[in-house]
Design a protein around this ligand. Structure first.
Ligand SMILES: [Zn+2]
Length: 324
């Protein structure tokens, strides 16, 4: 099927208590690993491209890779989304260039300027059948060129005005997630009975207040990798150095997906799984030099981790043929 926007996906996800996974794509193996998992799990998916990904792989290559995935997986509803569009021009170039959904991240601007910028993108996008995600509140952490040392929680009292005045289709809010693989400092965490660091819980009170004010409106969580410790261990065991990498516990994301959260962004976990697999391969096979030999297991690991997310975290498996 052709690429779709997120409208019907989110309506179905909201009604049925799951979230659609939004995975960042940068190259062929990542696109294939993710979409193969969605095909097997019968899940809709959002493939998202950041400004950094466009700078790395080139807009056309990424669009064509995603279109190829749509041909190879004809039953998987796929939206091609711009992650953290920094300005109107970038959003316009993606809308004109085949994307079905864009995010305009005006969170660094004043509330008033954020509304104005988001509204401008919405008007352009809606005329062309493209859906738009906005952002209120700021996430801490680093993701490609998006970087904030300090986050600030979304203020629920602002959401109605923002959504009404801009006409956005979904809204990213800040409730304690953050970008990157180092979401929490060890001193912010408690230690459980197995000696594992447990980060502070997400602010479900903010999420509930937002959804009370905006019934049936899809909410987005950014920075929602869980940084599986088995992959951190694997990286460290095979020559890497990622001490104290900590993510958001998967149970909390599962809870959020049952509520108003309809899109959960996962990037670092895929990077981590891919790198861990390549590191292990390199150490175990120092004589090999064919990139296919190490990218093949890396792609298989991506597929495994995405399938796990679809089934156990997002809850979207089994809905691919029902959500359109
Ligand atoms: Zn983000």
């Amino acid at each position: 099927m052709p690429l779709v926007n997120t409208k019907k996906m989110f309506e179905h996800a909201y009604k049925n208590g799951y979230a659609v996974g939004a995975f960042n794509v940068n190259n062929m193996e990542i696109v294939q690993g993710i979409t193969e998992a969605c095909k097997e799990a019968n899940a809709p998916v959002i493939l998202q491209v950041s400004k950094g990904a466009r700078a790395y792989a080139n807009h056309t290559y990424l669009v064509k890779l995603v279109e190829a995935a749509a041909l190879e997986c004809p039953n998987v509803p796929i939206a091609l989304h711009l992650d953290h569009g920094p300005d109107f021009e970038t959003c316009k170039s993606c809308i004109d260039g085949g994307f079905t959904s864009v995010m305009i991240d005006g969170s660094a601007h004043s509330f008033k300027d954020n509304i104005e910028l988001t509204k401008k993108v919405v008007e352009y996008a809606h005329d062309r059948g493209v859906t738009v995600e906005g952002e209120l509140g700021t996430l801490a952490g680093i993701e490609d060129e998006v970087s904030h040392a300090e986050g600030s929680y979304t203020r629920p009292e602002e959401v109605e005005e923002f959504v009404t005045k801009t006409g956005v289709d979904s809204l990213a809010i800040a409730i304690g997630t953050s970008h990157g693989a180092y979401k929490f400092k060890p001193e912010q965490c408690t230690v459980n009975e197995n000696g594992i660091l447990v980060p502070p819980p997400l602010r479900f009170d903010i999420l509930e207040e937002v959804s009370k004010r905006l019934p049936n409106f899809p909410i987005v969580l950014h920075g929602s990798s869980s940084v599986p410790q088995e992959y951190v261990k694997m990286v460290n065991e095979f020559g890497g150095q990622m001490p104290n990498a900590i993510g958001v516990p998967e149970e909390q994301l599962r809870e959020a997906a049952k509520l108003a959260v309809c899109k959960i962004n996962i990037d670092s976990d895929i990077r981590l799984a891919m790198t861990a697999t390549v590191r292990k391969f390199m150490v175990e096979h120092p004589d090999k030099f064919d990139p296919r030999e190490y990218l093949k297991p890396a792609r298989a690991t991506i597929k495994d981790i995405v399938k796990h997310k679809l089934i156990n975290v997002l809850g979207c498996a089994g809905n691919g043929d029902k959500c359109l």
